[in-house]
Design a protein around this ligand. Sequence first.
Ligand SMILES: [Zn+2]
Length: 307
Amino acid sequence: MKTAIVTSDTSENHLTGDGHPEQPKRVRSIINVLKKKKDLIWEKPSIVPEKILKLTHTEDYIQNLKNSFPQKGIKFLDGDTVVSPGSKEAVFDAAGSTIRAIDGIENKRFKNAFCVVRPPGHHAEKNKAMGFCCLSNAGIATNYLIDKYNYKKIACVDFDVHWGNGNYNVLYDNKRSLYISTHQYPFYPGGGTENDKGKYNNSLNIPLPAGTNSEQYFNAYDRVIDRLIDYKPDFLIFSAGFDAHKNDPLAQFELSSEDFYEITKRTLKATNKFTNGKVLSVLEGGYDLNALAESAFNHVKALSETE
Ligand SMILES: [Zn+2]
């Protein structure tokens, strides 16, 4: 079976204003390189069931969010989270891409999937938008896997250079999930220390200093692998941010584009025997357009090579 790319043109209608790093060209730059790869299946998002939204975010927040999209211009939901008239569709399509991905994997139409979407999701908490993010796409995927398909051990590996405070918050008391993050620390958004273990010891956070290079990163990543082998996940989610790249303007890790192939490959090698290769990946950060496109391509290459 093949790897699917789930994406929608609506992502380009989510406008964040001139000079904002989370810009429409991000998705376009990834799609342009993936189009050169001929063994992919292309899919569109589906609808997020209301029940799943409410399992992930508070009802008040969902209502507020739905009412917050402006008729024209742009609006700030927090200091750096911006929405425009087209954002509503983009936000719900980003989350809905994970629904399409999961259904396609379950129906054996493709083996795994990468959702190339924006806005990203891993900073959005149960009751607030934050850090360019409106909905926890990985949290929504986790709740859908549990509710619709009765998965019991869902691992979410978040290799974005920022701590996914939103994923952590949304999955904090979810007994059927394990949230793992490697990230620069101390750094935005704060938190993500070794002491943040979730309510049921269902989270592993690995803070790393600015300047972390490939060798140092992979030494630390061995702990991710060990924990995954110990956990034996029945489904794997990547919160796939590519801003740990050395060229990224927002952070100070020193990874190369090829390192994202290696991260993906090692993770799949450790988990495929438990997940039967069932993997959903969703785009988070990554703000240098060339680095983002190359890194995402390498991530997909590793996904597509797995049996
Ligand atoms: Zn990030």
